[in-house]
Design a protein around this ligand. Structure first.
Ligand code: HEC
Ligand code: HEC
Length: 357
């Protein structure tokens, strides 16, 4: 064999080796497929093709989510900053503190209905949840650990060897399967059983205040129109209560945090943040990427009278807001009453999302 053939043969072997490896990442042969129930009225959606949900995969993801072993000194798990009863946010804290006692600069995000989302973090910098899930582990101001060390720690525990084997057919942990398992568990966080949903399904009715709040929420703001509107639906409309774009809702004239602009490097993206879903919003306080507002009343006061006219890149649909929405205190109370109907107790207290330990 001449040299060229030898090189070609070893390249072929290498490629075959890689694809053999890749094939190994996927559900274990005997694992149990899991079908997510899509609530009535929600758009159809499916988990990524390369990560079909299985009972075993979800169960492994749940262990990982609640296990402080993912942090360097074993003091912090994902749940330390994402608590189910607070819509998976950080116990009402403005900023989260990592294992070294260092405070971050952003408010912990709610984790729900991620199946319908494709950009993650306040600045949308990550497009896939399995990759997102590995980042807090290595973030120096969060769990401050390395993936190789996490893998080594997991591989020393028989319960994880068993759980990885049941989910992915190999008892050895790897960053890829850690990410896939956490993705599977988080995709099961579906919230679609609030009072709002039950009213939409015709099994309950709104109070007069809630009904007025809904009308304001979905109403156009037009100074010539005697019926006031709060214009929330442009960005927070639809079943998921967000259009999941990144936009600037007029909080500042100068940005301490550039948001999307830091990711793309474009000044025209400065001040743009992910539009959060308003489901369970009554329990996910404080609000905005920096947790600057403690209450829903403060949030609505911002939209009513506080939108900064010269905020660079202000979303075009907010131009009308800069003259004020003209909402009365009663209007604001009604809007809050409506937003409170988005709280889904069966979601916040779902035993399937609780710690398995
Ligand atoms: C120290 C607190 C802390 C820990 C620990 C933590 N997170 Fe977070 N999480 C945050 C903060 C703060 C953000 C927003 C960060 C940003 O936008 O840059 C966030 C954002 C997220 C998001 C984005 C949600 C969205 O709608 O875009 C997901 C998903 C998430 N975290 C999952 C996890 C998982 C999984 C773990 C464990 C591996 C974890 N987090 C550990 C604080 C934490
Ligand atoms: C132009 C689009 C847009 C419009 C219109 C809009 N919002 Fe927002 N909303 C956003 C964005 C973007 C954020 C996140 C901003 C940030 O964190 O910097 C946000 C954040 C919020 C939050 C905080 C949620 C959380 O988890 O922190 C609430 C509550 C909220 N909006 C309610 C409303 C209400 C009520 C209205 C109508 C009066 C409204 N919004 C109109 C884009 C919009």
């Amino acid at each position: 064999m001449n040299r060229r053939w030898i090189v070609l043969a070893s390249v072929t072997a290498l490629v075959a080796g890689i694809s053999a490896c890749e094939k190994e990442i996927g559900p274990a042969k005997n694992s149990t497929p899991y079908t997510l129930e899509i609530p009535m009225g929600f758009p159809q959606a499916a988990p990524p093709e390369d990560n079909p949900l299985t009972v075993e995969g979800i169960s492994l993801g749940r262990m990982l989510f609640y296990d402080p072993i993912l942090s360097r000194d074993s003091t912090q798990s994902c749940s330390s900053c994402h608590n189910a009863e607070y819509g998976f946010t950080d116990f009402g804290k403005k900023y989260s503190t990592g294992i070294d006692g260092i405070e971050g600069k952003r408010n912990s995000m709610p984790i729900s209905n991620l199946l319908w989302q494709s950009e993650f973090f306040w600045d949308g910098r990550v497009k896939r949840l399995n990759l997102q899930a590995l980042m807090p582990i290595e973030d120096p101001i969060e769990m401050h650990e390395t993936l190789p060390r996490v893998v080594a720690k997991l591989n020393r525990q028989p319960r994880y060897q068993e759980a990885f084997r049941a989910a992915f057919g190999t008892k050895k942990a790897a960053p890829e399967t850690i990410g896939l398992a956490l993705e599977q568990f988080m995709l099961t966080f579906v919230s679609g059983n609030s009072k709002f949903d039950r009213v939409m399904r015709g099994t309950e009715t709104f109070t007069a205040a809630e009904q007025r709040g809904l009308q304001l929420f979905n109403g156009e703001s037009n100074p010539n129109n005697p019926v006031r509107g709060a214009d929330c639906f442009h960005c927070h409309g639809g079943t998921l209560f967000s259009n999941f774009t990144l936009s600037n809702n007029g909080l500042d004239s100068v940005f301490a945090d550039r948001g999307l602009g830091k990711v793309t490097g474009k000044a025209t993206d400065d001040g743009k943040f992910k539009v959060p879903s308003l489901r369970n919003v009554a329990v996910t306080f404080p609000y905005m990427h920096d947790g600057r507002f403690q209450t829903l009343r403060q949030v609505i006061e911002h939209y009513n009278t506080g939108v900064v006219a010269n905020s660079p890149n202000l979303d075009p649909s907010m131009i009308g807001f800069v003259h004020g929405l003209g909402l009365s205190q009663q209007d604001i109370s009604d809007l809050i009453a409506f937003l409170e109907t988005l709280t889904d107790e069966s979601y916040l207290n779902n035993p399937a999302y609780a710690t398995p330990f």
